[in-house]
Design a protein around this ligand. Structure first.
Ligand SMILES: NC(=O)C1=CN([C@@H]2O[C@H](COP(=O)(O)OP(=O)(O)OC[C@H]3O[C@@H](n4cnc5c(N)ncnc54)[C@H](OP(=O)(O)O)[C@@H]3O)[C@@H](O)[C@H]2O)[C@@H](O)CC1
Ligand SMILES: Nc1ncnc2c1ncn2[C@@H]1O[C@H](COP(=O)(O)OP(=O)(O)O)[C@@H](O)[C@H]1O
Ligand SMILES: [K+]
Length: 530
C-alpha cells in the first residue's frame, strides 16, 4: 500500500492516549504540557507584535491545553487575557488552570465578556477539541458566531484566530459542524492556523472542516508511534505533500512506484488504450491519452470510431491511433496481452460507452471509468454489477449521486443535533467502493479515494481552485490510466494520480487550462523521483 500520513479518528486518538498513559509510557499531564507548549511556540512563530492575546478555555482538556498556552505566552512576555469556565475540569486541566491562576486571572467565558474585552491581536480557541459530544448551543454558540464575524466586527477576529486541535464545534470525524445551519456556517470561525496533535483527523481534511482549519500544523506530543497498529479499522491516510513532517518517509515509496529501471523496455511500462468517441469531444480523450504518455506508460493508443480518426491526426506524434467501431474490433485488440490498462469515458459518448463496456469489463484488466462511462454504468445496473477490483471510477459529485443514489440519499438526513448527522465523505466512499467492488475516487477540493477493502485516502487541495476547469478531470483520468498501465495497484494509481494532478496545477498556477496539466508532469516526476 502507498504510504501517506496516517489519519486517526477521535476514538482512535483517545485509545492511543489512554494506552500510553495506562502503560506508564507517559502521563496525561506531560501530554497536555507538550501540546500547549508546542501550540504556544507555533503561535509565537506565526505572529508579529504586538503580542496581545485572549485565550478562550473550554471545560475539558482542550481548555487545559489553552491554560498551558496562556502560561507559555505569558512567560514569553506576552500580554495574556484568559476567558474560562467555572466547570470543574479533569485533574490535568484543573492543574493547568491552577498554574495559570498563579500568573493571571480568569474572566468568564461568555459572549458578553468577549464583546466587552478591548480587541486583542490574537485569539486562541481552546474551547472544544476531540471531546465534542453534542452540538454547541447557547452562549458558546454565540461566541463562535462572534469569532466568525456575525456581529459586524469581523475585522476584529479575521486572520487572528488560532485553534487548538480544531475550530470548536467541528466534528473531527466527519468535518461537519453539527447543528450549524447554512446561514450559521457563513459565520463559522476560520482559523489562521490549527495546531493539532500526533496525527491529522478526518475533520481537518474534509469540507467544511478543512475550510475552517487554516494552516494545519501537526505536532508530536510524545505519544508512541502507532503507524499500522490501530487496526482492526482499515487504514485511512492523507496523501502527501500536505504534511511536510512526513515527506522524507513518503517520498521513497512514491519514487519506488514511479521509477523506471535501466533494463526495462517500453512494453515493461505498459500499453494503455484510451477509447475515444465522436469528433465533437475528441479533445477529452486526447487530453487523457497525453497525460497517460507523460506519466510514463510505455505505449498509448487512442481508439476512436473510424469516422472520427481524422480528428486525431494531431499531436502528440507519440500517440498511436487505432479505430474501434464495435465490440468485435475491441476484443481483437484486447487479444494482445500487452495491453495493460483501458480508459473509457472522456469524450466517449454514452451510447458508445454502453456498447463497449461489457467487453472492457469482461477483459478483467485494469480500467479507468470516467465521465460517459459512469453515466452508462448508472443507467445500466447490469453493467455496474460487472465492475471488479481492478476498476477505478472517478466521479464528480453529480456522477457519484447517479451511480450511488442510495448512498447519496443518506446525505442531509437525520436529526441535526446529533454529533455526526450524516455519513462523512469517508463513510460514503467506503460504502461506494464496497457496493461497486471498484476503487472509487470522488473528485473535489477534498478528493476521497476508497478501495473495496475499506482502505481510504484523502487528498485535500484547497490551494489549487483553478483545477476546476474543463478537461481537468479528463487529465486526471489519463494520469490514473497511465499508472494503471504501469501496473500500479488500482488504489495506488488513483491516489498518486490525485497527488500528481494537483501538484501539476500548483506548479503551473492561476490561468491554467487542462492542456497545461500534462506538460507539468515532467517537473513533478523530477521532484518526486529525485
Ligand atoms: N487525546 C490526546 O492524546 C490529547 C488530548 N489533548 C487535548 O484534549 C482534548 C480533548 O479533551 P476532552 O476529551 O476533555 O474534550 P474537549 O474537547 O476538551 O471537550 C470535552 C468537554 O466539553 C464538554 N462538551 C462537549 N461537547 C459540548 C457541547 N457541545 N457543549 C457544551 N459542552 C460540551 C464535555 O462535557 P460533557 O459532554 O461531559 O458534558 C467536556 O467537559 C483534545 O482536543 C486536545 O486539545 C491534549 O491535552 C494532549 C493529548
Ligand atoms: N475547487 C477545487 N479545488 C481543487 N480541485 C478542484 C476543485 N474543483 C474541481 N477540482 C478538481 O478538478 C477536476 C475536475 O474534474 P471534472 O469535474 O471531471 O471536470 P471535467 O469533466 O471538465 O474534466 C477534479 O480532479 C477535481 O478534483
Ligand atoms: K478548539
Amino acid at each position: 500500500m502507498l504510504i501517506g500520513s496516517e489519519i486517526l479518528t477521535s476514538a482512535q486518538m483517545r485509545a492511543i492516549e489512554s494506552d500510553a498513559i495506562g502503560s506508564g509510557a507517559v502521563t496525561g499531564l506531560a501530554l497536555m504540557e507538550q501540546a500547549g507548549a508546542a501550540a504556544a511556540a507555533l503561535i509565537q512563530q506565526a505572529t508579529p507584535s504586538p503580542k496581545d492575546v485572549i485565550v478562550l478555555c473550554g471545560p475539558g482538556n482542550n481548555g487545559g491545553d489553552g491554560y498551558v498556552v496562556a502560561r507559555h505566552l505569558h512567560d514569553a512576555g506576552w500580554s495574556v487575557r484568559v476567558l474560562g469556565m467555572d466547570n470543574t475540569p479533569g485533574a490535568d486541566a484543573a492543574h493547568m488552570k491552577d498554574m495559570w491562576l498563579k500568573r493571571g486571572q480568569i474572566r468568564p467565558l461568555s459572549d458578553a465578556q468577549l464583546m466587552c474585552e478591548p480587541p486583542a491581536n490574537i485569539y486562541v480557541d481552546a474551547i472544544f477539541g476531540t471531546g465534542l459530544t453534542r452540538k454547541v448551543a447557547g452562549d458558546l454558540h454565540r461566541i463562535l458566531l462572534r469569532l466568525g464575524g456575525r456581529n459586524d466586527d469581523a475585522e476584529r477576529y479575521s486572520g487572528r484566530i488560532y485553534a487548538i486541535d480544531c475550530i470548536s464545534g467541528l466534528d473531527l470525524d466527519s468535518g461537519q459542524m453539527p447543528g450549524w445551519s447554512s446561514e450559521h456556517m457563513q459565520h463559522a470561525p476560520r482559523a489562521n492556523m490549527t495546531v493539532a496533535f500526533h496525527r491529522p483527523k478526518p475533520g481537518h481534511l474534509l469540507r467544511p472542516g478543512c475550510l475552517l482549519t487554516g494552516d494545519l500544523q501537526i505536532v508530536d506530543i510524545g505519544l508512541p508511534e502507532t503507524k499500522g497498529t490501530v487496526s482492526p479499522a482499515p487504514p485511512l491516510q492523507a496523501i502527501w505533500p500536505q504534511f511536510p513532517f512526513s515527506r522524507s518517509q513518503v517520498r521513497p515509496a512514491i519514487a519506488q512506484r514511479l521509477a523506471k529501471s535501466p533494463l526495462d523496455h517500453k512494453f515493461r511500462h505498459g500499453h494503455a488504450l484510451v477509447i475515444a468517441g465522436g469528433a465533437e469531444h475528441a479533445g477529452a480523450a486526447r487530453l487523457a491519452a497525453r497525460a497517460a504518455l507523460r506519466i510514463g506508460a510505455g505505449l498509448v493508443t487512442i481508439c476512436p470510431p473510424s469516422q472520427a480518426m481524422p480528428e486525431h491526426n494531431t499531436t502528440p506524434d507519440a500517440l498511436m491511433r487505432h479505430p474501434v467501431d464495435d465490440t468485435q474490433e475491441l476484443q481483437d485488440l484486447l487479444a494482445d496481452p500487452r495491453i495493460t490498462a483501458i480508459c473509457i469515458g472522456p469524450g466517449c459518448g454514452i451510447a458508445r460507452a454502453t456498447a463497449l463496456l461489457p467487453a472492457i469489463l469482461a477483459a478483467g484488466r485494469p480500467c479507468l471509468l470516467d465521465a460517459d462511462a459512469l453515466t452508462a454504468l448508472s443507467r445500466d445496473r447490469s453493467l455496474f454489477a460487472r465492475l471488479h477490483e481492478k476498476c477505478v471510477m472517478t466521479p464528480h459529485e453529480g456522477e457519484f449521486s447517479r451511480l450511488f443514489p442510495n448512498i447519496a440519499a443518506k446525505q442531509g438526513r437525520g436529526p441535526t443535533d446529533q454529533l455526526t448527522p450524516t455519513p462523512s465523505r469517508i463513510d460514503m466512499l467506503r460504502m461506494a467502493a464496497h457496493q461497486s467492488n471498484a476503487v472509487t475516487l470522488l473528485k473535489g477540493p477534498d478528493t476521497v479515494i476508497a478501495a473495496p477493502t475499506g482502505a481510504c485516502y484523502i487528498h485535500t487541495a484547497l490551494d489549487v481552485p483553478w483545477l476546476a476547469t474543463a478537461g481537468s478531470g479528463d487529465t486526471l483520468a489519463g494520469i490514473a490510466t497511465g499508472l494503471l498501465a504501469r501496473s500500479l495497484p488500482a488504489t495506488d494509481a488513483a491516489a498518486l494520480a490525485a497527488l500528481i494532478h494537483a501538484s501539476a496545477a500548483r506548479k503551473f498556477g492561476p490561468g491554467l487550462i487542462a492542456d497545461d496539466l500534462p506538460e507539468q508532469i515532467p517537473a513533478i516526476l523530477q521532484m518526486l523521483l529525485t
